[in-house]
Design a protein around this ligand. Structure first.
Ligand SMILES: Cc1cc2nc3c(=O)[nH]c(=O)nc-3n(C[C@H](O)[C@H](O)[C@H](O)COP(=O)(O)O)c2cc1C
Length: 335
């Protein structure tokens, strides 16, 4: 491999970051729009010391230093290591965005979103659109490599649909253009978030790759974690399971077979810690003021899953919009 990428040998860059991080903790917290915010990551940190991704943020917004975009790059104290995920279709923007992001919050690494099926992202030429535009994939990765000396990963899917797998082609491009790791959400764009996980694609990629491979899709417990590790991947990324149970990382690390991990009173305290962290963050970001009551209700509903009479709690929680009603209802966790 050539040394034209910022004078760093790609292998040593991987050794210095993704490989080392995954050797320490092979679980990875996924980028999730509307979920993996700075306050939420602080809650995650109570259970997890590994790599955590930010929610996706537009390269166009970041490169213009638009505060509505850069706030997604906020990193609060005690929340490291953090990988900032960028999306967008214009290769040149990545260089500038990486520079602005580095000045703004100095993330430990970057990621390029090549797997998001949402219309807004596809329209930008980014996300899943890239699965059908490999020239652009090359241009983006190359631009990113020129724009930063930080390590970066690319997050992809198997292909646009079952008949057009491109994961091996993108792996080859990623490796030759100097990316440091690759994440495979082992589904096609057509599958969206359902259907079978392509374990064979993960095994294929893990066998061919010289950079670390992080597998992703439907990992919720020790069993599904082990199933994915059997493919030979270096790391396992968890998305939806962490939004319902941020303690899932600890449960898996401890090899427990149950997610019945926290007592109701601990759930109660956790929800309030998250709420307070969101409010503190909101006071520094005025445009976020007022949103957090609705967001915390969502978590309270998720975290109540499995508790006796949780259905009643869920039915009541959205009936009133004032904080006092919410606080009264939260007594549910204390019984
Ligand atoms: C609500 C939601 C938001 C998501 N946001 C992002 C995102 O910002 N960037 C990204 O690459 N993937 C995003 N994803 C995809 C996840 O990172 C992950 O690839 C997918 O959910 C599969 O993993 P899982 O089965 O563990 O959830 C999102 C998924 C969901 C459900």
């Amino acid at each position: 491999m050539s040394s034209r990428h910022c004078g760093l040998d790609p292998q040593s860059r991987s050794n210095n970051f993704f490989r080392q991080q995954l050797a320490r903790n092979d679980l990875v917290a996924a980028p999730m729009a509307g979920i993996s915010s700075a306050p939420f990551r602080l809650i995650l940190r109570e259970f997890f010391d590994g790599l955590a991704y930010t929610e996706m943020v537009s390269v166009e917004g970041v490169k213009r230093d638009n505060p509505f975009s850069t706030e997604y790059l906020d990193i609060l104290p005690n929340d490291r290591p953090v990988v900032a995920q960028l999306f967008g279709g214009n290769p040149d923007s990545y260089q500038e965005a990486a520079e602005v992001a580095t000045k703004y919050s100095n993330p430990d690494a970057f990621d390029i979103n090549m797997g998001c099926p949402v219309k807004k992202v596809i329209k930008s030429g980014g996300g899943c659109a890239l699965l059908r535009d490999l020239d652009r994939v090359r241009a983006i990765i190359s631009s990113m490599r020129k724009g930063t000396t930080k390590p970066f990963s690319v997050k992809i899917r198997v292909g646009w649909d079952e008949s057009t797998p491109v994961y091996n082609e993108i792996l080859d491009i990623a490796q030759s253009e100097g990316a440091d790791a690759i994440i495979l959400h082992a589904r096609t764009r057509s599958q969206m978030f359902g259907g079978r996980i392509h374990y064979e694609a993960l095994a294929d990629m893990a066998a061919r790759a010289t950079i670390p491979v992080i597998g992703n899709g439907d990992v919720t417990d020790v069993e599904s974690y082990r199933r994915m590790k059997e493919t030979g991947v270096d790391g396992v990324m968890i998305g939806r399971a962490m939004m319902h149970a941020p303690w899932v990382f600890k449960v898996i690390r401890e090899g427990r077979d149950s997610q019945d991990y926290l007592a109701p009173i601990e759930l109660y305290e956790l929800i309030f810690r998250l709420y307070h962290k969101m409010q503190q963050h909101a006071s520094a970001n005025e445009n976020k003021q007022g949103h957090y009551l609705n967001i915390i209700k969502k978590y309270a509903v998720w975290f109540s899953k499995g508790l006796p009479e949780a259905a009643n709690f869920r039915a009541e929680i959205y009936k009133n919009s004032d904080e006092e009603s919410f606080l009264n209802l939260m007594e549910f966790f204390k019984r």
